[in-house]
Ligand binder design. Structure first.
Ligand SMILES: [Fe+2]
Length: 345
């Protein structure tokens, strides 16, 4: 083991004053804070948000603040390690629960961070992304990738709620986060690409010379298709739980450059004890009940609940009933930075 390093107080005050005057600081008293031995020391703590507790608060926001005064009517899920008001749920993942009431619309904008919505409840909501109208049905994933125009509308008669997951903290850290406002987009009069070009897995529009697919060809991943695929996989999958990654159907890559999304299905009584992963993550429950231990903290979850885990957390899931959960993680970003890692337990 290496020696403990000298502290700031070990230096004469006059010298410390001179350093401050010169706008510099000695590294050694601070080095272990930024380069701890063997594994990171996350600030992030496991968080848990019960939907039945959030829902009345969100509806109250609908009464108190008109959408015109909020632009996006969202309650932010703040990392307990950073405290309420923190614009992040983990180091890299922002989560917010958004409400849109019947007849409301959220104006068009585009921004540098990317977002995925997971629809939590309600019918009749839709997003328009790059002029494509994307119906928002429970459990659907709807993408608004970096730089793509998007606005939201609501033709139904009950509140629509969705969970926003963004790579916002990364962009804030880079001082690269900003939005541009625009007019509501014209909508192409046709179903979204998941119902047209990418209706079946393994099939894509015929490639012709010079033709380039859109960077994000599929912007909506309907839950009905995901659940059917998970069930079929579980039926023939052996002892392991069924897991499917959301991918770009043209490239096979993760749906966003920074964040990955994995749909998980647990049979009643089924457990999973994944390896320690260098990625931070959030879990959103689509259906079912279960219990997850995150670094010894027990979370009893039910439908529509959301919880998080820091990097290298020891996670153990146990489903009490058949359960469907979506895992949001930052492995795509860590892969690109070349350090994603899994450790056996
Ligand atoms: Fe947005």
């Amino acid at each position: 083991m290496s020696e403990p390093l000298a502290e700031l107080e070990d230096l004469p005050q006059a010298y410390r004053d001179e350093l401050e005057q010169a706008g510099v600081a000695p590294l050694w008293p601070m080095m272990r804070n930024v380069l701890p031995h063997d594994a990171p020391q996350p600030v992030t703590q496991a968080g848990y948000w019960k939907y039945q507790a959030l829902r009345p608060l969100l509806l109250k926001a609908g009464e108190l603040t008109p959408v015109e005064k909020a632009e996006r009517r969202v309650l932010v899920l703040s990392d307990p390690g950073r405290g309420t008001g923190a614009m992040q749920a983990t180091a890299s993942i922002y989560l917010g629960m958004q409400l849109l009431l019947p007849g409301e619309s959220a104006p068009a904008h585009r921004h540098t961070p990317s977002a995925v919505r997971i629809i939590v409840e309600g019918a009749g909501g839709y997003s328009v992304v790059d002029s494509e109208r994307l119906p928002m049905e429970e459990g659907d994933l709807v993408l608004t990738p970096s730089g793509e125009w998007h606005d939201h509308g609501h033709d139904g008669d009950e509140p629509v709620v969705w969970l926003d997951a963004l790579d916002l903290p990364v962009f804030v850290q880079l001082e690269g986060s900003y939005a541009v406002e625009g007019d509501l987009q014209p909508q192409r009069n046709r179903p979204d690409a998941s119902e047209v070009e990418y209706k079946a897995a393994g099939l894509a529009p015929t490639r012709r010379p010079g033709h380039r697919a859109r960077r994000f060809p599929m912007l909506r991943y309907p839950w009905t298709g995901t659940e059917a695929a998970l069930r079929q996989m579980a039926a023939f999958g052996g002892d392991e739980i069924a897991e499917l990654d959301y991918i770009n159907p043209e490239t096979g890559e993760d749906i966003l450059p920074t964040l990955g999304f994995t749909a998980m299905m647990f049979g009643a009584g089924q457990s999973q004890r994944p390896p320690l992963r260098s990625s931070s993550c959030a879990f959103h429950v689509i259906k079912g009940h279960g219990r997850t231990e995150v670094d010894g903290q027990v979370i009893e979850w039910g439908p529509k609940d959301t919880f998080t885990a820091p990097v290298f957390a020891a996670i153990s899931h146990h489903a009490e009933s058949e359960a469907f959960v979506i895992r949001i993680h930052d492995r795509p970003l860590q892969d690109k930075l070349g350090y994603y890692e899994e450790r056996a337990r």
